[in-house]
Design a protein around this ligand. Sequence first.
Ligand code: S3P
Length: 434
Amino acid sequence: MTQTAHFQPAGPLQGSVPAPPDKSISHRAALVAAMHDEPVLVHNYLDAADTNSTAAALRTLGAVVEMRPDGLLVRGTGLRGLDGVGETIDVGNSGTLMRLLPGWLASQPTGSWTLDGDASIRRRPVDRIARPLSMMGARLEATDGHFPPFVVHAGRLRGIEYVQPQASGQVKSCVLLAGLQAEGDTRIVEPARSRDHTERMLLRAGVRIWRDGPAVNVCAADELGLDAIEVPGDLSSAAFLIAAGLIVPGSHVVLEEVGVNWTRTGFLRVAERMGAAIEGDLEQPPLGDEIPLLEPVSDIDVSAGPLSGTTVESYEVPLTIDELPLVALLGCFAEGETVVRGADELRVKESDRIQAVVDGLRGLGGEIEATEDGFAVTGTGGLRGGVLDSQGDHRLAMLGAVAGLASEEGVRVIGIDVAAVSYPQFREHLGTLA
Ligand code: S3P
């Protein structure tokens, strides 16, 4: 049932809250754990709708998955132990599950599976994974040629070189997972760097995986070798509270144990460029081609202050992708113009996030225009407030709530319940700081 909540203008936010577990890394951890022959414990697994879909999908595939106080225990099937007989896997609202899982399924010796999800998932094209997987020899049948539900048939895959037309952490991960059982090496050339959690995790699992310049290469593996995986805090979720700390006057907040892998911290760099006071021990990009083994974490300390507009260029977009709605929000509170370019990918997220952000912020008094591949905001120093419909998109719902705290009249968010897709404790944490 759709829930509505009103977020009143708040006094200065103060205090410290833990960042919720990382959604991207939780999905990968559960999938990679299930590819092991031995049980793997995933510490700090995200207990939210999206990652629960991944746990449920693994159960459908025959893994034994148990949520315990110390994490998610996965007794998997091994790399090539699946043998689907036409089961339907419900990915819920999760685009990451829909894109990553087919890489593993397509590379099984036998079987076929149907992947389906909610109304938002049924609007999201699967072409971007169908293309490289078909080049590897896999067979996918999508509804109307493009959309879920779609069937993945198992088969013998061959390694390919795939030049990505668009940077995407999900598509790269799908191809890397398929490459684990392909004949010959698999190589993906990225037009811009995207999140590298899959590379780091596979490297820790003993897979031969390496980078040369813009390309990631992976060799087939016989088995994987982890007994535990640690999930850091999610910067993309923490970013909502970070943004709140930056725009509610007088605020000073700390987000604890946030993952600061440099391929995720674009938002912090953009915000700093806008003048934001942010302190944290952020990972720096490696100088050479080395793939870092670990996922670094740091507390992030933010204080409110004046902001000025900036331009986010295409190469920064994959490093900031899920936080671009927040860049728009900061832009409303900044002086001057804030422009985002090269972000057409936002049109195929949980909603058309360019249109949804523009409609949402305009409804609150923001001066924002959509462009084909992004948006342009004219900062007016604040927002009046009003009503924002989340359109079933978790990041829109949280955007509205944060806007409400910093607005003049407050914001009524229609469909606030969808925040539980990625951040079930969002309102509780916001309450702690307010
Ligand atoms: C994700 C990658 C991003 C991001 C999504 C999660 C991932 O998508 O928007 O929320 O876990 O790999 P793309 O990089 O595929 O655009």
